[in-house]
Design a protein around this ligand. Structure first.
Ligand code: HPA
Ligand code: MG
Length: 239
């Protein structure tokens, strides 16, 4: 009952462009919630490099099934253009399209045809709070008239999305929304909120499921909190 209530509750949130929209609340991972490492299978080559499991892989997949349903509901019978932000967003993207494709089998219900593209985004904090952004790969000219859904792994400060969205809107997209698997509760947040967010997580550095620390940990299924030893071991030597 509580979950249903929470699901239906729509909140007005402010987008970078100033458009008001409503979103469903993400599932909140509490500050103290963690799953013990010895109860789940963690890759041998990362033993000791992670402190705890924050979100087991199975739970990630379960949540994505529901995000796909929410997207189906809101975009019923509309073709969307998924714009996957590499590299971190790639695992979420793959599991999301797997879930969306499954709806195609049931033509008697609404479903969501989709096209997709991949981009890499680098954001720089400029003098203004919005900063600037460098986008590589992907065909931005193809966005004209499309219903764009940006697929991200994590919204942390929100700087990347604050910079990216105006660029996509300027390309003449019919609509631009953001789905992010994770959203961090950090004081450094710009206030940016995604439309379809899987989990609200504590202010900890997470790795796994394509989220990296210096390119490591992408090959781990669970979303975990990095340990001091992991930071030390995978910090690049800068000389
Ligand atoms: N983990 C990995 N990549 C990130 C994070 C994080 O917590 N925040 C922003 N990018
Ligand atoms: Mg990264």
């Amino acid at each position: 009952m509580m979950a249903v209530e929470q699901d239906r509750r729509a909140r007005n949130v402010r987008l970078a462009s100033g458009d008001a929209f409503s979103r469903r609340d993400p599932f909140v991972i509490g500050d103290q919630l963690s799953f013990p490492l010895d109860m789940f299978s963690v890759p041998h080559h990362y033993k000791g490099d992670v402190k705890e499991i924050m979100i087991p892989h199975g739970l990630v997949i379960d949540r994505i099934q529901k995000l796909a349903k929410d997207i189906r509901h809101d975009y019923a019978d509309t073709t969307i253009h998924l714009l996957c932000v590499l590299k971190g967003g790639s695992a979420y993207f793959q599991d999301l399209i797997t879930a969306l494709r499954r709806f195609h089998d049931h033509a008697d219900h609404s479903y969501v045809p989709f096209t997709f593209d991949f981009i890499k985004v680098k954001s720089y904090k400029g003098v203004s709070s919005t900063g600037s952004v460098q986008i590589t790969g992907g065909d931005l000219a193809a966005l004209e008239g499309k219903n764009v859904l940006v697929v991200e792994d994590i919204i942390d400060t929100g700087l990347t999305m604050e910079s990216l969205l105006p660029v996509l809107e300027a390309r003449g997209a019919n609509s631009v929304r953001v789905t992010s698997l994770l959203e961090k509760r950090t004081e450094l947040s710009s206030g940016f909120r995604g439309h379809y967010v899987g989990f609200s997580i504590p202010d900890k550095f997470v790795v796994g499921y394509c989220l990296d620390f210096n390119e490591f940990f992408r090959d781990m299924d669970h979303i975990c909190v990095i340990s001091d030893r992991g930071i030390e071991r995978f910090t690049e030597e800068t000389r």
